[in-house]
Design a protein around this ligand. Sequence first.
Ligand SMILES: Cc1cc2nc3c(=O)[nH]c(=O)nc-3n(C[C@H](O)[C@H](O)[C@H](O)COP(=O)(O)OP(=O)(O)OC[C@H]3O[C@@H](n4cnc5c(N)ncnc54)[C@H](O)[C@@H]3O)c2cc1C
Length: 354
Amino acid sequence: MQLQATHARLGSCNRPVDRLTRQRLVVRSSAVSTSIKQPCSVNLENLGRAEGQTFPLNLYGGKKPSFVGKVVSIERLGGRDKERDVSHIVIDTGGVPFVEGQSFGVQPPGTKLNSRGVEVPQHVRLYSIASSRYGDSGDGKTCTLCVVRVIYPDPATGETVHGLCSNYLCDCKPGDELVMSGPAGTALLLNDNPWNKRIVCVSTGTGIAPFRSFWRRIFFDGIDGQAPQPFSDSAMFWLLSGFANTDSVLYGDELKAALEANPKHMRLDIALSLEQQNGQGGPEYVQDRIHEHAQEFLDLMASDDAIFYFCGLKRMYSSVLEMLETMGREHRGMDVPALIAQLKKSHRWHVETA
Ligand SMILES: Cc1cc2nc3c(=O)[nH]c(=O)nc-3n(C[C@H](O)[C@H](O)[C@H](O)COP(=O)(O)OP(=O)(O)OC[C@H]3O[C@@H](n4cnc5c(N)ncnc54)[C@H](O)[C@@H]3O)c2cc1C
């Protein structure tokens, strides 16, 4: 019953998706070989920003030495097309600590010429960590990255360009060693007690990576394979995610399992721009999903507890901002920019775009 309601949410509104397609939406997409409920073999509940806790930040890299990560496994998660596949890469870090919402840096091999013509090492690229602090191994000794292969035609010459680090990572094999830095970043940190908060996450494509670390932490990765803490009545994790098509939905099986196990505390809205239409007959983007829930979204923004996280391309975030401003005008004459400024001040509005 609950699952049907969930599927109705996935595919409601004016779009040409039949009931069967809606039901397959999450199921067909990439499976990841992680056990869903994970009894973790160590206790890492001491990591965080509260008093008496340890907050790991920039422990390696920069002026400090890097560390070597070893690829444990790599799985293809599909992608928008065959060329731009996405990889789920589990890396043995030897136990470098991190918290949900942080990134690790990877330095691709080789050198380049800097602006003064001097040969220097390739620069470090950042990748959001897609596992909880326990890692997909459950022992705190691994992290997982979710990497899309960057391939695009050079705007000047039309020649195909292969992004250096993303292709290096998507082509790596178990046993390969990576030069890594971090953990980095404080912009997107999951609240220390998400089990009594309303958490709203908005992403496109691999922008879902940090939110996987959130849902693993919130729902699955605990000492006994249960959420590390009990939920308050109002606690909610609401993920609104945009992808191109059904085949490019990332972590669909895990999301379905999370929904089935936590119907009271989880919501999921997925927009598929190449397969669904918005109310105006155009492609359905994640901001259209927000618009479909305008009243509720604005209520959450005006509440005194909901926390918002956005991760994806810069243009996704600017489209979302435009939509929110339109919604504010349509619904209550709300001054959305002022509200967002206030939410930022109270650390309830978090944005990471690339
Ligand atoms: C905080 C943070 C977290 C990130 N997390 C992730 C993540 O979880 N997963 C992930 O896959 N990536 C993530 N990235 C992006 C990642 O860091 C790299 O930028 C990306 O993988 C490209 O690196 P590359 O070495 O493959 O490409 P490069 O060799 O560095 O080439 C990329 C260059 O090509 C340009 N370019 C890219 N696409 C096009 C295009 N279509 N047309 C024209 N020019 C283009 C870019 O502007 C850039 O200058 C994140 C970035 C940041 C800042």
